[in-house]
Design a protein around this ligand. Sequence first.
Ligand code: HMG
Length: 412
Amino acid sequence: MHNTHVGIDALAFAGPEHYLDMTDLAAARGVDPGKYLHGLGQKQMAIATPCEDTVTMAVAAGARALAAFGIDPGEIGTLIVGTETGIDHSKPVAVYVHELLGLSRNCRTFETKHACYGAMAGLTASIDWIAAGRARGRKALVIASDIARYGLETPGEPTQGAGAVAMVVSDRPRLLELDRTRFGDYTRQVMDFWRPLYSKYALADGHYSIECYLDALEGAWHDAANDTPQTLALDRLAACLYHVPFVKMARKAHHKHLEIEHGGPLPSDDAQAHARLNASYAEKVAPWLELNATVGNIYTGSLFLALIDLLRQGRASFEGREVSLFSYGSGCGATFCVGRIAASAARQAAALDPQADLDARRRLDIDEYERIMAESETGDLVETLDPSRYGLDRGGLFYVGTREHVRRYARA
Ligand code: HMG
């Protein structure tokens, strides 16, 4: 069939230059560090200064994906930025990114929003654009870019983070082929997490949001299974990738995934079933959660950050193997789908590994973190912002203030 190989051809991550260590946050909040490190599974979280926003991170990730995979900006015929931390009620982040990446004027450009689901919405729209024959040999660039903020001393505080993942979608993908016959969708109006127009911070009914996520996994899985659940069998999958608001959530998701396949809850006294769950989690999920544990929740990009973690390991034995992907956006919308690791994927491992950048990040102390959080409240209203005030000295593109209601960006 035409275009059966549509999928992800290039991937890159870019994020803030600073992070907070979870042990420092635990000490400041008087919480046992074990809760953050093991209870949530987080080690560090990326903290964006007022000069690092959804646009600057998206541009950095987009530029890196194009350069690292040798793709000319002129080849991009669709640009979609998925975000839930936009910078304008009307003007899309994507149009700034379009200019700053030097893309062609004959490019369809827009922003997608559905909480953490926005980038998956962009990815599926791009696949459809190619499969419908509209691409005429061009590629789509889909960028997930977000700053996850719940505010100081809230239950969500340890699940913050920031960053962008850029993916190029094409009909000759070098990384992951997506099977258009095995996509399942799910939507339900729930108040688990939202951010009203007047608030910089997300509101969350945290424990309920976990239930909603797991319910959506079940709903989307059944839709993807359609009448052939055997095509989704866990035994066939080399890896299961989930939306990762915090690492422990991926474990809860995998537990649910096993239960869905098993047809009901794993009995708590069934030691063998729990041993199988532990082994399956250790084999198919845990090995690709390191980036999520050190970056934190990046909302739209979190699922794809786990994909980067898997692919950067360059496992040649995974080429040709299938992986599942589950995207969840609060509110809620979800997709479960299956992809196949491309034959050339292992060769691309170094091109998409963000480790050097993560190693170069600076650890904030708690006072610096709280000052950044406070100054971020008014960053949109300040005429002039100086990146050096925040120790942003590695160069790159920054937001430098808003004058006469126009946001300004400059390279430092
Ligand atoms: P909480 O109530 O502070 O934490 O909030 P808890 O009491 O539930 O503890 C968390 C875990 O730590 C528990 O493990 C504890 O047992 C364990 P679990 O029972 O879940 O396995 N624990 C410890 N472990 C070791 N040593 C200790 C210790 N103490 C406790 N000393 C919550 C946690 C996640 C609810 C909160 O951080 C929150 O509200 N986060 C934001 C919402 C969220 O991330 N929801 C996830 C699902 S919704 C989603 O993914 C969408 C989202 O990304 C947004 C979007 O779509 O845009 C959020």
